[in-house]
Design a protein around this ligand. Sequence first.
Ligand code: UD1
Length: 345
Amino acid sequence: MSKRVLLTGGTGYIGSHTAVELFAAGHDVVIADDLSNSSVTVLDRISEISGRRPDFVKLDLRDLNGLKQVFRRFDIDAAIHFAARKSVGESVEQPLLYYDVNVNSLLNLLVAMAEFKVDTLVFSSSCTVYGQPDVLPVSESTPFQPASSPYGNTKQICEHILRDYSLTGVGLKAISLRYFNPVGAHESALIGELPLGVPNNLVPFITQTAAGLRERLQVFGDDYDTADGTAIRDYIHVVDLARAHVSALQRSLHHPNAANYEYFNVGTGSGTSVMEVIKAFEAAAGVPLPYKIVGRRAGDIEQIYADTSTANAELDWRAEKTLADMLSSAWQWQQHIAAQDGPVG
Ligand code: UD1
């Protein structure tokens, strides 16, 4: 059944891909985004891919009255809450900003949802909640480690808020999706990741280096206890991740017996080292990638990858795209669109 879904942060990287997948599944999309880390032109791109344009409101979610206006104006059935700040380094420098934006936006959303009797929520969480787990792959029952940054702490706090609130019997059905490392772009190359300034994350840095915008990639550490000494992550194609949101929504809407608060790992289940990503990129793009090994980055963990069996079974979802798909689509995006739009600093 078609639902009207509010996407907070919906013009961002993961939100825009999710808008496309929601349209493909027959839903309606309303986006609220303050455009602090995305461009309004993303709406044109979503329309070009989907043949449908999301409704859009420019809004900072700390503005509770503005948020209530959105619920008043549109007949919202469910919300997917992406809107948040996500840079680890920035969060260390500006912790109050991170607590304010990430925590207060969720609180306001829950208040507005309660007032307008919207009881279905999917929340963007992160595998950062696990820290460096003792046992790999990491399952949903693995306990949280103390957060290593204010950003990571906001994800833990938001999950705790959802857990505590769902226990009150208020009727909210909430699902946290713990993202591993989303990379890649839509196959149309019309939407993708558009970092402001110098990218912090590995794949945008790789594609910008291959495009000649950066001199060389710095590989942060080759002395980890892994086969080639570089750190291991579970990279997931952003389109697979976007589809996990559609599956989570279906579960919240159609499984009345599911617990009021649930959380799932969204990854591929495979770990890939930084050196393996570099080699896979060179093969997929057909260009050499200049790189240099440097020291470890502060706060990085050695390795993490997901046990996805619970998500596969309960969400009836699995990641289908390969590492080559992720890197070739990221490269297409870099060449076609990011090159024109990218505010490169
Ligand atoms: C980081 C955050 C994570 C957050 C995510 C959101 C940390 C510890 N984790 O994930 O909580 O949810 O971003 O965007 O910061 N690398 C290089 N050279 C580079 C960039 C990265 O070698 O120029 C390496 C990193 O050391 C790491 C891997 O590539 O081993 C992936 O890094 P990145 O893409 O930044 O993601 P995470 O650090 O895993």
